[in-house]
Design a protein around this ligand. Structure first.
Ligand code: HEM
Length: 443
């Protein structure tokens, strides 16, 4: 039997178009318009070429193409050089920016900080920080939810990750994270004072200066927070150097902070606009009978888990994943030359009606055991990615989100003004343009 090899194509022969003169698809790319539209899929199919930010790209759309990039069977789609182009100067040598044997070895060591025993240990200080942070919220009235919950997750990150209250440092660190993350989509990609790229570099320096002097004390301590856990993590004879710890901490703080913030924000929005689901989640939390959730009780918050999954589907916190081909390869039969950047779109995976019925509708029941719409395709639901770079903080993030929502729902009823629809800015990680005005009613 003979097999037909797919035709070898030059990148220029892939479906695609040149876009605008000079800037090509750069503006669509950095504005997030390219990420959150299916027009390219309709016009060019799952694999197409484009030019943005001075580079040749392949756009991978839909679960087949994105799944193939992330599972990376031929080990040619490298994460480090891919992400490195967008965020390397700000998050260099973070776990997601390593590949191959080095990534494997660092991931094995880091895994020691994410065991069930470690997670259970993080939950108690996490719960305490959430309680303290919520105590500062108003009893009732309008609250800009996004900045308030961002402050709360920052408090959780600094306390649970570093075991320290940052006090006056909190604002400085918050600005540093935000600047470093937003620099990824800078249009001008070299330092010009006041512009995104330059602010990102400054943010990185601020984080290094905060962490480095604290390592010695963490190594000497008993290490129950994540910073301490990284300082003590060891597999056989391998452990992290001081430089590794700073690099990993900066990346972890970023990876945990914005993703949890946007997930809590979209959950609050959907709970406020779907009171029946809000009641179901609150009833479960009230039934637990404790102000703070215990590690063994997390699985009892079944409705909250469904709501979290649906919020992650609709407002995927990491809407796209970047790789670069280290050698000539193929993607769904199309030739991808070495050196090509690949944008694997997670937003589309969650929003195309070929795989999700009524995709824009908030319907957490689609994840319930009797429906499991996510099972329609192996790669239909990937908010945490897939393959060797799949999110190491998936359970940590889920724990933080549920622990926060548990306390929030026992304390408040949430609503939004009539007819309100949350406007999202997708130019970096998604966030509400208006901060999400939520009306709090104290229970
Ligand atoms: C809702 C919350 C979160 C979402 C949606 C999320 C999403 C993701 C995604 C999509 C990736 C894969 C990126 C790629 O393949 O290029 C990833 C990787 C990663 N995430 Fe998360 N994340 C979340 C929370 C967290 C938390 C809480 C932490 C740490 C405490 C964390 C740490 C990491 C790390 C270290 C990686 C890189 C893993 C590797 O390269 O081996 N994430 N995350």
């Amino acid at each position: 039997m003979t097999t037909t090899r797919p035709a070898r194509t030059d990148l220029r022969e892939l479906p695609g178009d040149a876009g605008l003169p000079l800037i090509h698809q750069s503006w669509d790319f950095v504005s997030g318009r390219l990420t959150t539209s299916r027009a390219r899929f309709d016009k060019h199919g799952p694999v197409s070429s484009m030019r943005a930010l001075g580079k040749n790209w392949v756009s991978a759309l839909g679960p087949d193409a994105v799944g193939e990039v992330l599972t990376n069977r031929n080990r040619v789609f490298d994460s480090g050089p891919g992400w490195g182009f967008l965020i390397g100067p700000f998050f260099r040598r973070g776990l997601m920016l390593l590949d191959g044997a080095e990534h494997h070895s660092h991931r094995r060591i880091m895994q020691e900080a994410f065991t069930a025993r470690r997670l259970a240990g993080y939950l108690e200080p996490m719960n305490r920080t959430i309680t303290e942070s919520l105590a500062g919220w108003p009893e009732a009235g309008m609250l800009a939810f996004y900045p308030s919950i961002k402050q709360l997750t920052l408090d959780v990150a600094t306390n649970t990750f570093m075991g320290a209250k940052t006090g006056v440092d909190a604002d400085r660190l918050n600005t540093a994270f935000v600047d470093a993350v937003r620099a990824a989509n800078a249009f001008v990609r070299f330092p010009v004072p006041g512009l995104r790229w330059s602010r990102g570099l400054h943010g990185r320096t601020t984080l290094e200066q905060y962490l480095t002097p604290r390592i010695a004390a963490k190594r000497a301590g008993d290490g129950t927070d994540l910073f301490g856990a990284l300082c003590h993590a060891q597999v056989e004879d391998e452990s992290f150097t001081d430089a590794d710890i700073v690099n990993h901490m900066i990346f972890l703080l970023m990876a945990a902070h914005d993703t949890s913030t946007i997930t809590l924000t979209s959950m609050a929005y959907y709970l406020a606009t779907n009171p029946e689901w809000q009641d179901r989640c609150r009833d479960e939390s009230l039934a637990l009978g404790t102000d703070t959730v215990a590690y063994d009780d997390l699985d009892k918050l079944v409705a909250l888990d469904l709501v979290m999954k649906e919020a992650l589907r609709l407002v995927v916190p990491v809407p796209g994943v970047i790789r670069r081909a280290s050698a000539d390869t193929e993607l769904l039969g199309y030739h991808v030359p070495a050196g090509t950047f690949v944008a694997a779109n997670l937003w589309g995976v969650h929003h195309f009606e070929e795989w999700w019925p009524d995709p824009e509708r908030f319907d957490p029941g689609r994840f319930a055991d009797d429906r499991r719409e996510d099972k329609v395709h192996r790669h239909a639901f990937m908010p945490f990615g897939n393959g060797v770079h799949k999110c190491i903080g998936m359970y940590f993030g889920g724990m933080e989100i549920k622990a926060t929502m548990h306390q929030l729902l026992r304390r408040y009823r949430l609503s939004v003004p009539d007819g309100y629809e949350m406007p999202l800015d997708w130019s970096s990680l998604p966030r509400p343009r208006d901060g999400l005005p939520v009306i709090l009613h104290r229970l």
